[in-house]
Design a binder for this molecule. Structure first.
Ligand code: SF4
Length: 237
């Protein structure tokens, strides 16, 4: 089996509940979606980056793991596009006793479940209706898959948190509906964090919008946080 990897690099985690940690990023090539705020557009084509055999990819990743690395992120693009390869790469990292981390839009629960046993930390990214992620007629299906992934991750007792990117285009009623759906799942009390991430440099939400969104989540989940992307402020990739 081969895998297409866009880039591998060490940096500071700039998002989510583990922001500030030294992280090796393995950015898989390919994402079929079109979020208007995407900041990794070069990695979206499935033929971007470089093709490796699994053995060569493992060798390359191993050679780039620095001392004191907190975790290895499988990111993209969307890693679920190459889920079988990601499962093999993640297993190798777990065998080295380094935590693995998956960041995905969770568009397919079967692919997600294939990778999940080899992942320790899971970021479930829920897309808002206005993100232009998918054609609007497919939006409900996407959210239904993401919810199944969330339940699956919690059931397998992974450290699981939620991220939602919001912009000035995000409608508070849509955001609130999404939050209501998320907290209808069983075991939602086992969610490890809820991050509202404002877009940066494009259609940025106002402070008032962010506070309104925070107020939607807080009554259901007190550990909600508004966290911008740290790496954009410190000039890290
Ligand atoms: S899902 Fe992620 S990688 Fe794909 S277009 Fe959206 S932001 Fe970019």
């Amino acid at each position: 089996m081969n895998v297409r990897i866009f880039e591998i690099f060490t940096s500071i985690e700039g998002e989510g509940i583990f922001y500030g940690t030294k992280t090796l990023f393995v950015r898989l090539a390919g994402c079929p979606f079109t979020c208007f705020y995407c900041d990794t557009k070069e990695s979206l084509p499935l033929d971007s980056g470089k093709e490796f055999s699994i053995e060569d990819a493992i060798t390359e990743i191993d050679s780039q793991i620095q001392s004191n690395t907190f975790k290895v992120n499988f990111t993209g693009g969307d890693p679920l596009l190459q889920h079988q390869a990601v499962a093999l790469l993640a297993k190798n990292i777990q065998d080295r006793k380094i935590p693995t981390y998956l960041e995905s839009s969770c568009f397919d629960v079967d692919r997600f479940n294939h990778v999940l046993p080899f992942i320790d930390y899971v970021k479930i990214e829920f897309k808002t209706r206005e993100s232009e992620f998918v054609d609007i007629q497919h939006y409900e299906k996407l959210i239904s898959e993401s919810l199944k992934c969330l339940e699956s991750s919690i059931n397998l007792q992974k450290i699981t948190y939620i991220k939602i990117v919001v912009s000035s285009k995000t409608k508070i009623t849509d955001f609130n509906n999404l939050v209501e759906n998320i907290f209808k799942i069983r075991n939602s009390e086992k969610i490890s964090g809820f991050i509202i991430q404002p877009t940066y440099g494009i259609s940025e939400p106002s402070l008032e919008q962010l506070m309104e969104m925070y107020d939607c989540v807080f009554p259901k989940f007190r550990d909600v946080k508004i966290v911008p992307q740290l790496h954009k402020f410190i000039g890290a990739p």
